[in-house]
Design a protein around this ligand. Structure first.
Ligand SMILES: C[S@@+](CC[C@H](N)C(=O)[O-])C[C@H]1O[C@@H](n2cnc3c(N)ncnc32)[C@H](O)[C@@H]1O
Length: 352
């Protein structure tokens, strides 16, 4: 190949492409996601699964806030690490917190989160005091967040990291920085809560598959190899309907737990979504929130209505459960359940 300015430029572009780390791909992906209205969301194939995930986060957030208040905290401050477009802003409002810091690598999402917050504040009741907030756009696997806080003395009661921590397991350095950001400003007794895929479940499904991938009509997970799984940077590609299409990394939970000890964090809860659901749904108030949030799909659907999918076999479990009764029950299609049951809930507490 002969040297020309054009060839040099394309070689530079190629090498830049090669050194792009996953964070850049992840930020690009989330920045490119369009905000869709309620009407479009309700037509989504995974409408009920998303509501189910939101219900689960609401319960987790509500229960941890109860514990924080029970311990006597008057002014509650929260860090939403990987806040996205602000899907949890209302949950914090319902929880009556005083201050929220939202951080995310995707600058467009952070802007949308901020406008949503301002909108929410405008629409609040005259006598309601909505929490104050700060918005930070930063790669939380690389940047020390505490240096970016408006209030340099701020300490948090809770750090919430929903569907995010797995992006940091690309390397030990990144996973440690994310953990530092989550924990270093927690008050003694404060909580680090979150949701992340269960690596054991992912590997189990991969090993059971004939290929390097598994999934169904709503999600797909593909690995590059199987049989050996490095502790960091064990990458797979995850796609979920039209909302996720990015590289992620396995989080080997015993290692995560071990690393958290460096920040004086003790694991208090680790539960698969299925277990968490089964336990929480027994409480009347959680069940009624579940109905209010449409977190399960009615089966059979109303006369003239349609289920989320017409595919065969997606509601066999519900049919079996109904038997001859025509009383509708709440369920998720098989594909949505297979997707959501990959995840687990975790709660760490800072020791004093
Ligand atoms: C699946 S979304 C979850 C958003 C929000 N927590 C929720 O539950 O709706 C994952 C979020 O993690 C963010 N994220 C991924 N890597 C990150 C990093 N290195 N630093 C900060 N945010 C990151 C993405 O930009 C995205 O907004």
């Amino acid at each position: 190949m002969t040297w020309t300015p054009e060839a040099a430029q394309s070689a530079r572009a190629l090498s830049a492409e090669l050194v792009i780390d996953h964070s850049v791909k992840v930020a690009r992906h989330y920045n490119s996601l369009q905000e869709v209205g309620l009407a479009a969301r309700s037509r989504s194939r995974i409408f009920f699964m998303r509501n189910f995930n939101n219900w689960l986060k609401s319960i987790l957030i509500g229960e941890v806030l109860e514990q924080v208040r029970g311990a006597g905290s008057q002014q509650v401050s929260v860090l939403d690490l990987g806040c996205g477009k602000g899907g949890d802003l209302l949950k914090w409002r319902r929880g009556g917190i005083n201050h929220l810091v939202c951080a995310d690598i995707a600058a467009v999402s952070v802007d949308q989160c901020k406008s949503r917050y301002e909108d929410m504040k405008k629409k609040s009741y005259a006598n309601e005091k909505v929490y104050s907030a700060q918005f930070i756009s930063a790669d939380c696997t690389k940047v020390v967040l505490s240096e970016k806080l408006d209030d340099q003395a701020l300490m948090f009661d809770i750090c919430s990291c929903q569907f995010v921590y797995h992006y940091s397991f690309e390397s030990e350095q990144k996973a440690d920085m994310m953990l530092r950001n989550a924990c270093e400003r927690l008050k003694p007794g404060g909580f680090f809560i979150g949701t992340t895929p269960d690596a054991f479940e992912l590997v189990k499904r991969l090993e059971a598959s004939d290929s390097l991938a598994f999934g169904n009509e709503v999600f797909n997970v593909s690995f590059q190899s199987k049989g050996s799984y490095p502790l960091f940077g064990c990458q797979y590609h995850f796609s979920l309907e039209d909302v996720v299409n990015v590289p992620e990394s396995l989080v080997y939970f015993p290692l995560f737990e071990h690393m958290a000890k460096r920040y004086n964090m003790r694991l208090v809860l680790k539960q698969r979504f299925s277990e968490f659901f089964e336990e929480k749904v027994k409480k009347e108030q959680h069940l009624s929130l579940m109905m209010k949030m449409a977190a399960l799909e009615p089966f059979p659907c109303e006369e003239g209505g349609r289920q989320a999918t017409d595919s065969r076999g997606e509601y066999c479990h519900a049919k079996e459960h109904c038997g001859s009764s025509r009383r509708p029950l709440g369920t998720l299609s098989k594909s949505e359940w297979e997707a959501t049951s990959i995840y687990l809930v975790f709660v760490f507490q800072k020791m004093s």
